[in-house]
Design a protein around this ligand. Structure first.
Ligand code: HPA
Ligand code: ZN
Length: 343
């Protein structure tokens, strides 16, 4: 690859309007904010410096990361903490030309520590609404169930969400995948669907292709988060393509959690080539070393993505979103306008 091509890609990536569809807001907690909130709330954390925190972010699998991630979120206590966290993410997203976000939050990670559901969601929503005014970034909020907990806890969480349902776009499924197949949550997802919520689930990050089948057949998801291992099953690929399901891939996350050993092996290019509607996302950017443009840039260079590939990825991020058709069309027109300048 020539340096010119890499530079051209970087400037396209920087200017491309894009949506982020796979972002855990608790995973955007930067070490500096972790220290600030630990002091504000008098919560002890097992680190003495930002450098020490960054050094601790060396993971060999998903569970390694989740242990640190749940420990990190212990500094989030008040409604204002959730506001500050979310607002900081939106400010950062704006600088990456993000125009729309669909963010996850993990209420059980907070209610289990005695933080009221309303404090978490109240602060996040207040920041999303303020961010829409300040940064012109539209949003959807997705409430995730922690799959290492039981079905009863997920039902309890859905009932806590009842007063907020007009502000929640959908439910998702995250946390430790192996040993916790999607079918464990079929009944709570069915109830969420009855309530008019969109459905997404992490599947095929570490779990086998069978978990992706289950997310489709038992949960009836609108989107698959990660979905890497779907590529191991030709019939599954055909199903995903036929149903135009979006897969929200997270390249730097995959690298940090050893889902791939090198970005050359990221599923992005293979999915594009197979006709799968893939998007690029940052997952937990504070823990994985990069926000959305860094994810785009790293995979574009590693896999020598074409200008057309970048355009497809940006378009997919909007067509795969839960925005209205009218808003999607406006964003696609904006993507095409930027691309016209480069072609
Ligand atoms: N996978 C599963 N659960 C998660 C993740 C992830 O990448 N990030 C935060 N919770
Ligand atoms: Zn995730």
């Amino acid at each position: 690859m020539t340096p010119e091509l890499s530079d051209l890609r970087q400037s396209i990536i920087a200017q491309l309007p894009k949506a982020e569809l796979h972002l855990h807001i608790e995973g955007s907690l930067e070490p500096e904010m972790m220290f600030m909130l630990a002091q504000r709330n008098m919560v002890e954390i097992p680190y003495t410096s930002v450098e020490e925190i960054r050094k601790a972010y060396a993971f060999s699998n998903l569970q390694d990361f989740l242990d640190i991630y749940y420990q990190g979120m212990a500094v989030l206590c008040s409604e204002q903490d959730f506001f500050d966290l979310t607002y900081a993410y939106l400010e950062r997203a704006q600088s990456d030309c993000v125009r729309h976000v669909e963010i996850f939050f993990d209420p059980q990670g907070h209610t289990s520590r005695g933080v009221p559901f309303d404090s978490a969601i109240g602060g996040i929503l207040r920041a999303l609404e303020e961010g829409e005014k300040q940064f012109k970034i539209s949003h959807r909020l997705i409430m995730c169930f922690l799959r290492h907990l039981d079905e009863a806890s997920a039902f309890e969480t859905l009932s806590q969400a009842e007063p907020w349902l007009d502000k929640i776009a959908g439910v998702g499924l995250d946390s430790s995948e192996l040993g916790h197949p999607p079918s464990k949550f079929a009944r709570v997802f069915a109830l969420a669907r009855q309530k008019g919520l969109k459905l997404v689930a992490h599947a095929g990050e570490e779990g086998p292709p069978g978990y992706v089948w289950e997310a489709l057949d038992h949960l009836h998801v609108d989107r698959i988060d990660h979905g890497n291992r779907a590529l191991e099953d030709e019939a599954l690929i055909q199903r995903i393509v036929a149903e135009k399901k979006t897969l929200t891939v997270c390249p730097l996350s995959n690298l940090k959690l050893c889902v791939v050993s090198n970005l050359v092996d990221s599923p992005v290019k293979a999915m594009l080539d197979a006709g799968i509607k893939v998007t690029i996302n940052s997952d937990d950017p504070s823990y994985f070393g990069g926000y959305i443009n860094a994810n785009f840039a790293a995979v574009a260079d590693a896999q020598n993505l074409s200008i057309d590939n970048l355009k497809t990825l940006a378009r997919n991020s909007f067509t795969g979103s839960f925005l209205s058709d009218e808003h999607i069309a406006q964003h696609i027109a904006a993507v095409d306008l930027v691309m016209d300048e480069f072609c």
